[in-house]
Design a protein around this ligand. Sequence first.
Ligand code: A8S
Length: 175
Amino acid sequence: EEEHVWRYHKHDMQPHQCGSILLKHINAPVHLVWSLVRRFDQPQNYKRFIQSCKVEGDGTVGTIRDVNVISGLPATTSTERLEILDDEQHIFSYKILGGDHRLKNYWSIITLQPEVLDSRPGTLAIESYVVDVAEGNTKEETCSFVETVINCNLKSLADISERLALQEDTKRLTL
Ligand code: A8S
């Protein structure tokens, strides 16, 4: 089953594109992490660069969202489409269709796998992406920008999930 999940992260990459795979170990059970990842309509719940999000559609595959990013970034808006939402296998994927920013043909996929961390239920989050190399920039520059954003997102996903996990544990103790 693990191999099955890795298969999703093998992107077809063309010469004018770049991409990679990022991992994050999270000290929280999969169902908590997934509850944040799966909300295509509310990426701002854990993505700190997103200010607001408007959705057209019912949240199923094909749904489109318009996000506004916070000020101070080389971007203002992005239009994105939900590609995969698999509640059983915990696979989430979206594509960037357009917007006022420099990431063309961006495609990303996140998978979550249960793992045991310090003998407690944990999650391995894997996020991979491909994107066109931005005009006037090198592969390295484009990738390092994207990776900075993704690493911030994964860090914040971990922080929030771990806080939720602690709250669940506390509730169980006081009942
Ligand atoms: C994500 C990943 C990325 C988001 C990028 C790479 C973006 O939202 C930001 C700045 C940009 O220049 C492009 O899953 C864009 O959030 C923060 C607006 C798309």
